[in-house]
Design a protein around this ligand. Structure first.
Ligand SMILES: [Zn+2]
Length: 278
């Protein structure tokens, strides 16, 4: 029984006993190193059971604050923060690696407001990382898949980043926005651009559930959005949660399934065990 070496990539590493916790260990004949089979996962070197890992990530993705998750799981605040940070990296790798060439008839963009530490009107010019914090997302209207997400100030460059990130993942040139002026300035002539009321009807028809969920996300952000960086970390985790794990009760599928990117609903174990590129 052989496996790929998770340290150097050599195809044939051999079984080499078990760790004190009973986890299979492998030895690679090429780089002459041993490693436990869970080394590439978020279970590795953490004093948390898989069930605890899943509970912590699920609670946070559903809106519990970091301190709330710490209370729910009975685990130290720093343990929770560290796991969520690392899971967010995996989530981003999954997003970058698997969300590409998304087929959709239309892209719906949405910006959700939150604020960090203090309201914008109380901020000085030095407080760039405080005050208003917007989370912009672009959705594939047909599947509800989140194509791109950005955290930032509500500026043209913020929208431009969202546009550039979205362009890298779909050829669709039809955007449906809330009519914030920035889109008019940024969307080039090759784009179709729908604004306003029509948008609401389209959303109700195609994406009511996603709209509802991202609305909850917005409100919850206020509870834990005190640190800008943490908002970005949380946003990455939630994007992958909504795309791959969260299943629409009415149609019984995930957005990634509806977009044809996978044939089944993912679990937290899939995210936690997603192979690290090296
Ligand atoms: Zn090796």
């Amino acid at each position: 029984m052989t496996t790929e070496c998770l340290l150097c990539g050599h195809k044939k590493a051999h079984k080499h006993g078990k760790t004190a916790k009973g986890i299979q260990r492998y030895r690679c004949p090429k780089c002459i190193q041993t490693f436990p089979e869970n080394i590439g996962t978020l279970y590795y070197n953490r004093h948390l059971s898989p069930q605890e890992v899943h509970l912590i990530l699920q609670s946070h993705a559903e809106g519990s604050s970091l301190r709330g998750v710490s209370r729910i799981s009975g685990r130290a605040y720093n343990t929770v923060v560290s796991l969520i940070r690392d899971a967010s990296v995996k989530a981003q790798m999954i997003h970058n690696g698997k969300i590409k060439q998304v087929n959709t008839s239309e892209i719906i963009s949405d910006e959700m407001w939150s604020f960090i530490f203090k309201k914008q009107k109380n901020c000085t010019t030095e407080d760039l990382m405080m005050g208003d914090c917007w989370i912009g997302i672009s959705l594939a209207s047909d599947s509800g898949l989140i194509i791109a997400a950005r955290v930032g100030k509500h500026t043209d460059s913020f929208l431009e980043e969202l546009l550039v990130n979205t362009e890298g993942k779909t050829d669709c040139k039809s955007w449906n926005t809330d009519g914030w002026g920035g889109y008019e300035r940024i969307l080039g002539e090759e784009y179709e651009h729908y604004i306003g009321k029509e948008r609401t009807q389209r959303l109700e028809r195609t994406n009511g559930i996603v709209r509802q969920q991202t609305g909850k996300w917005h409100r919850r952000q206020n509870k834990f959005g005190k640190i800008w960086q943490q908002t970005e970390i949380t946003a990455r985790l939630i994007v992958s949660y909504f795309n791959w794990i969260w299943s629409n009760i009415r149609c019984g599928t995930t957005a990634a399934q509806r977009a044809g990117l996978t044939s089944r609903q993912w679990s937290w174990n899939d995210l936690v065990s997603y192979p690290t590129v090296f």
